[in-house]
Design a protein around this ligand. Structure first.
Ligand SMILES: NC(=O)c1ccc[n+]([C@@H]2O[C@H](COP(=O)([O-])OP(=O)(O)OC[C@H]3O[C@@H](n4cnc5c(N)ncnc54)[C@H](O)[C@@H]3O)[C@@H](O)[C@H]2O)c1
Length: 263
């Protein structure tokens, strides 16, 4: 046991940890001595991810779980809690795809809501019932810049991520007296397998040029530390808040090329 590590022997449950931002969050907690329970529905990449994370910390357990299915969630959370009481929940798993508003089919709307919002609710309720008995716990939810500011072609995704913000605030209100803090992180455009599947390099370059003041996309390594901050003692008086990391996108309109000369 290395007492200098920030999350020494803390039990952290992370959903969607097999790749992208969730994987990076898991690596960051592993370096800080945490015991990890990783939930993901993609068994192949979860096994590969767990092997990599074990090189940073040996205490890594995997639970093959579709977070939108209540029975699977309850089974995984019970197994994790049985291993060691859960201290921290990171609700990261989410999906996105583009559909023009007038063409969204009911099953597409349902799919996004089932994973991004209902799944987060199911995992949170299951974990927080254990935390409530101990009067101790921390939850950090993954929202998005799109939960505060719409994006063309993503009505279902934007609505789900706005829902995450209200879920976060209401959980924070109801669980504060049980000594459970709940906050959310809202990243802007981050380069991950998800964004690479959706967008071509040309689209990404145009998007950056048009909308991101810092003139680049973000990296998962620039998001993970925010989760550790919100899960740790440094944020002990913070609850019900949303932390944006978006390269300045939400600060306001980026000037078009023909306006920059005026500055
Ligand atoms: N990449 C971005 O630009 C960006 C921006 C803002 C917010 N986010 C959010 O961050 C989170 C992670 O995004 P990412 O870009 O790393 O995505 P990703 O697709 O690279 O990784 C998501 C992980 O979640 C898992 N997952 C998906 N559905 C699941 C389910 N039903 N049950 C369990 N696991 C499931 C996937 O298997 C995958 O391992 C998502 O909630 C996403 O909405 C991403």
């Amino acid at each position: 046991m290395d007492l200098r590590k920030r999350f020494n022997n803390k039990h952290v449950v992370i959903t969607g940890a097999a790749q992208g931002i969730g994987f990076e969050i898991a690596c960051h907690f592993a370096r800080e001595g945490a015991l990890l329970s990783l939930l993901d529905l993609n068994t192949t990449i979860l096994d590969i991810a767990a092997e990599k994370i074990k090189q940073l910390s040996p205490k890594v357990y995997t639970h093959y779980t579709d977070i939108s299915v209540k029975e699977q969630v309850e089974q995984a959370v019970s197994a994790a809690e049985h291993l060691q009481p859960i201290d921290i929940l990171i609700n990261n798993a989410g999906i996105a795809f583009e559909t023009p508003f007038l063409e969204i089919e009911e099953k597409e709307w349902q799919k996004i809501m089932d994973v991004n919002l209902k799944g987060m609710f199911l995992v949170s309720q299951s974990v927080c019932r254990f935390m409530a008995k101990r009067m101790k716990g921390v939850v950090v939810n993954m929202s998005s810049k799109n939960g505060q500011d719409g994006e063309f072609g993503y009505a279902h995704y934007n609505a789900s991520k706005a829902g995450v913000i209200m879920l976060t605030k209401t959980m924070a209100l109801e669980l504060a007296h049980l000594n459970i803090r709940v906050n959310a992180v809202a990243p802007g455009y981050i380069q991950t397998p998800l964004s690479e599947t959706i967008d071509s390099p040309e689209f990404t370059a145009n998007f950056v040029e048009s909308y991101i003041p810092m003139n680049r996309v973000g990296k998962p390594q620039e998001i993970a530390p925010l989760f550790l901050f919100l899960a740790g003692e440094e944020s002990s008086f913070i609850t019900g808040q949303v932390f944006v990391a978006d390269g300045g996108q939400l600060a306001g309109q980026k000037p078009g090329q023909n306006l920059t000369g005026a500055l």
